[in-house]
Design a protein around this ligand. Sequence first.
Ligand code: ZN
Length: 423
Amino acid sequence: DFYARASRLRGADTRFLIGLDEHGQKMQEAAKREGKSPQQFVDEKAAAFRALYGLLQVSHDDFIRTSERRHHAFAKEIYGRVLARGDIYKGFYEGDYCVSCEKAYTKSELVAGKCPVHESPTTVIKEDSYFFRLGKYRDAVRGHIESHPEFIRPAERRNEILSRLSEEVLDLSISRSTFSWGIPLPNDPKHVLYVWFDALSNYISALKQPEDLYERFWPADCHVIGKDIIWFHTVIWPAMLLSAGYPLPRQVYAHGFILDKDGRKMSKHLGNVVDPLEVVKDYSVDVLRFYFLRTFSSGLDGKFSMEDLEERYQSELGNDLGNLVMRIAKLVSSRLGGTVRTPGHPQELDAHETVREFFGHVDSREHHRAVESLWTYVRKTNAYLNDRQPWKLPDGPDLERVLATSVEAMRVIAHLAFPMMPA
Ligand code: ZN
């Protein structure tokens, strides 16, 4: 949402898509455990996510759910194109599968026979399956990543993917026939499409219906994802697009995980879960957003601690920014009757460099550096006030110009802070 708002702030033609992938064995099993139909189950989840995004002031233009008809239509279309290209064949799949990941693992990837992510036992799958010739596209995908350094951000992730692509890449099982919650294959409706092959196509299906926005917005500037699903987005998805004849997105940016203050994963089991709704209730949505964008380095895991949040809240939002706003507002109110009538000294608090730096960091997907550029300017404005001490100046042009300069600085600060703190 920060990147989308920053893009709009700059006047760029922006479309921000979010959504939910709702198919697969995991969903069907979870629905069954709650005694619900899969559709009813995902409808309830979708309502909860929509409410959360609303509370967090996420400014998406579209929200796609892969159980929607418009998505089914395009997922079948891209499957059909890949099939027509000769890149799908029928075979037999046998292997270890983590239902929580919705991902197959080789024996060597398992840790003590368990899923390396969930540390839970995998399921052995043996069934007829359609395969996508992923291996055929390994060299093309690798070539694309090598010739487009900005395609994967951050760079560490790019190196990981390139190293995996130097090894053999197996063809991908893309259909299942032992459960039904998915998109039936047009050429063999007893099979449903593998949830990832289906889900990845959402990025284009949302641009096809209800309005045809494909020409205007594809290829996407950036897919923002969690680092655990980078293989799907930087290898499988590009291979699908190459096979189907679509251009590739310009960038995939993978963010890290939110860990607890000791660097452990948050989980119900460990009892260290922090509810974002509670933080929003106790502070505000702006404070939560500020904290993540300010302290979590782009692309890396970050440690969340209420003590750290409280300290940043006091020192940076309270002292640096809050006091600045109060000082300027009070002086303009008491000394100028609330209105600035003269121009300031723009060269004394020049913001051009700050704005350039800010958007440079936005472009390189380094939000924490963008916020740092802004905060450097906030501190510079505080220093300017301390230096010029307008509260000691007599009424007159000098006072007016110092305050006008400060108000102009506040205007710049308000604009650059907006993608982070929209409320
Ligand atoms: Zn797993």
